[in-house]
Design a protein around this ligand. Structure first.
Ligand code: NAD
Ligand code: TYD
Length: 390
């Protein structure tokens, strides 16, 4: 029987990975190791918490002794490491916490895995340390085609109505690291430690760098759930700068599915980029979110005259768009080339963007209690700190 620790399993992506592994592999023991920071929420796993192959343990990844003891007691042979501080805006205000969790926490986890696995007769045989990272470690790409061009690639996740690339270059697995934010700098550093543990001690590691995820259970500090929540309450939608920055969006369940594939079939010491070839300027994706929320809430559209004198329908909540001061060091464009993954592991996302965004908005509107719970208390203070006088 495999015994696997998934760190950060109570967070956004981690909860989807835990759910997939617990449901798909009844013969595995899945241990969700999470500190339950503001971003960790066991309500994300209500539907699987009673399964016999699932266990939750509240530990900080920085607690080397605690992690080592858990690995010894549970005979852990695999780690899927997602626990992290993950929000760029928070990293700008408090970089220390990001270095502590993302760098020192990853190092402590690596050290615990090394100490336990090296104590076994078979050592690293049949073991795996899978580190989940981000495309943000590569820095930012130029926006050489602001109007958009036909992209050189496509996946099933690419939007059908809006399939554009905003530059000629994409992040490859070989792209030089060039992080700009304290968040991406801390993730880059953790990636280097993971590779160093392979090169120095022979630990069987694998790393993936994924683009922006969207979907259910994302904490509403990130663009899409924050905006859905604000539209629901008709609060202003704070668009940083001109809304021209580009992100490449992937539905979270597709990320979880590929994590499963790579955990089992990815090559040791290799890196895979994960993305949907689904680039959007922030302002364009925001308009899609507004349209979808308004339609699902039955809010009326307004008739206005456009710049060509034509009468057009505009969702009434478009008025909520409010341009605010840009994020410091705001990366202009992220765009992943995930063709290595398609080629080597035959991976294709399952959901097209239009379907994914509809499912996502519907989920938040159907789960208002979840949203209300996570936006009570400290969230209000966070919102004030980040957005008042911006
Ligand atoms: P999240 O912020 O939603 O969840 C992070 C989880 O880690 C929470 O459950 C939190 O309680 C836990 N955690 C934080 N510090 C911890 C500590 N010291 N010890 C134990 N647990 C701790 O994050 P997410 O968006 O689900 O991201 C998960 C991982 O995927 C991160 O490593 C992130 O860098 C990476 N990633 C995220 C995205 C994205 O779009 N969200 C894209 C690419 C990569
Ligand atoms: P975010 O969801 O924080 O992800 P990341 O910074 O990791 O890409 O932000 C996505 C994009 O949306 C990013 O370009 C910043 C922008 N953004 C806003 O314009 N307003 C907001 O309130 C937030 C949270 C993000």
């Amino acid at each position: 029987m495999k015994s696997i620790i998934i760190t950060g399993g109570a967070g956004f992506i981690g909860s989807h990975v835990v759910r997939l592994f617990v449901s798909k592999y009844p013969e595995y023991k899945i241990i969700n190791l999470d500190k339950l920071t503001y971003a960790g929420n066991l309500a994300n796993l209500k539907d699987i918490e009673d399964k016999p192959n699932y266990k939750f343990v509240k530990i900080d990844i920085c607690d080397f002794e605690g992690v080592l003891k858990l690995m010894q007691e549970e005979h852990v042979d695999g780690i899927i490491h997602l626990a992290a501080e993950s929000h760029v805006d928070r990293s700008i205000k408090d970089p220390f916490t990001f270095a502590q969790t993302n760098v020192m926490g990853t190092l402590s986890l690596l050290q615990a895995a090394k100490a336990y696995w090296e104590s076994l007769p078979e050592k690293y045989e049949g073991k795996r340390f899978y580190h989940i990272s981000t495309d943000e470690v590569y820095g930012a790409l130029e926006l050489t085609h602001p109007e958009g061009i036909e992209p050189p690639f496509t996946t099933t996740a690419s939007s059908s109505e809006h399939h554009l690339a905003y530059g000629d270059k994409f992040f490859l697995e070989t792209t030089k690291y060039n992080p700009h934010s304290p968040y991406s700098a801390s993730k880059a550093s953790s990636d280097h430690f993971v590779r160093a543990f392979h090169d120095t001690y022979g630990m069987p590691v694998v790393i993936t760098n994924c683009s922006n995820n969207y979907g259910p259970y994302q904490f509403p500090e990130k663009l899409i759930p924050l905006f859905i929540n604000n539209i629901r309450y008709r609060k202003p939608l704070p668009v940083y700068g001109k809304g021209e920055n580009v992100r490449d969006w992937l539905y979270v369940e597709d990320h979880a599915r590929v994590i499963d594939v790579i955990f089992h079939e990815g090559k040791i010491a290799d890196t895979y980029n994960i993305g949907g070839f689904n680039e959007w300027k922030n302002i364009d994706i925001i308009k899609v979110v507004i349209k979808t929320v308004d339609r699902l809430l039955g809010r009326k559209a307004k008739i206005v005259t456009d710049e060509n004198g034509h009468q057009v329908e505009v969702p009434e909540d478009m008025d909520l768009i409010t341009f605010v001061t840009d994020r410091a060091g705001h990366d202009l464009r992220y765009a992943i080339d995930s063709s290595k993954l398609q080629r080597e592991l035959s991976w294709e996302p399952s959901l097209q963007f239009e379907e994914g965004i509809e499912k996502t908005v519907r989920w938040y509107l159907d789960n208002q209690e979840w949203l209300d719970n996570v936006t009570s208390g400290d969230y209000q203070k966070y919102y004030e700190k980040m957005y008042s006088n911006r």
